[in-house]
Design a protein around this ligand. Sequence first.
Ligand code: PHB
Length: 388
Amino acid sequence: MNAIITRRALGGAAAVALARPALAQGLAFRIGLILPMTGPFASTGRQVDAAVKAYLRQHGDTFGGRKVEILLRDDTGVAPDVTRRHAQELATRERVRTLMGFGLTPLALAAAPVATEAKLPMIVTCAATSFIPQRSPFILRTAFSLPLACQPMADWAFRNNIKSVVTLVTDFAPGLDSEKAFKERFERAGGQVPLTLRTPLRNPDYAPFLQRVRDARPDALFIFVPSGEGAALTKQFAERGLPEAGVKLIGTGDVVDDDILNDMGDSVLGAITCHHYSAAHDSAENRAFADAFRAVAPGMRQNFMAAGGYDGMHLVGEMLKRTNGSDDGERLLAAGRGLSWTSPRGPVTIDQQSRDIVQDMYIRRTERRDGQIWNIEFDTIRQVRDEG
Ligand code: PHB
């Protein structure tokens, strides 16, 4: 009798054990995608959302036997408490197995403790302050970080006869990162930074700042503003007569964002910027990305935020393939660390130790070609990593 019960019990347990992987395989793998879909940074949300859809259109929606399901949440871009609430609800009520997105640094910081607590991989596709991956051991970043762009920009400027530069950055963490990285590098090379300006994140009026730049008469103005802001600033740069005053425009690629580049007009032509992604990047991978993006978002041009989202989706797909569709956050995370692939931006690696992205950086000139404005890459700095 006992033997029979034992055998039956074992049979039941074995049946459950056997059924479990099949069950996980059958269930969708849910990804909580938190983005600013409304508000001042909605272009970032639209770009990343479309890029994720483009990736799934191109590669199918099943990886390691698991069909992925995207749960998109709008955090409005300016409310970290909303981001955190979405992350918590997605982790508990919706049982997502990965968090993804995060349009701005304060929003990524708000979600990081939720990822740690719930042991969920958190793929940062946008936010670009240096220290972000240190805020949770579950963060993997497919975006970039500002020093990667600012240091090569400083080197290029000094080599190209620019000896004095005023910096103008948005007054929040990535802006302060940019100012510090550019200034330190440029001064170490022997250049001068006579004035550093910081503009407010919300509703900035650039006119008084640009007047001060004009009065200082530097060789160049170095700019970082978050994606979406560049049009207002470059327009006023021209209106204030800075090009005529001999002030060159240099900066990070955030300023000449591909999403809005065509609306910036001729004032932006000739700007020199450093960044990790240009829609004009000449590669088969980038052409395939552009085609898939156009198919899901007709009339839109993919920008660097979209590249972060597309690569974020690739990373999750690879993590699923390498774990046979695991739900285990720690296994997924381990599978993501150290991964290398050819992105539309060029060769990239998620660094095993820092969990941050290592990638090529490009110096670009903004040019009109065939009636459209593009950032044309003309110099490459290979496999750059954030040194912290
Ligand atoms: C950020 O908040 O980290 C951020 C936002 C927009 C950018 C770059 C960085 O273009």
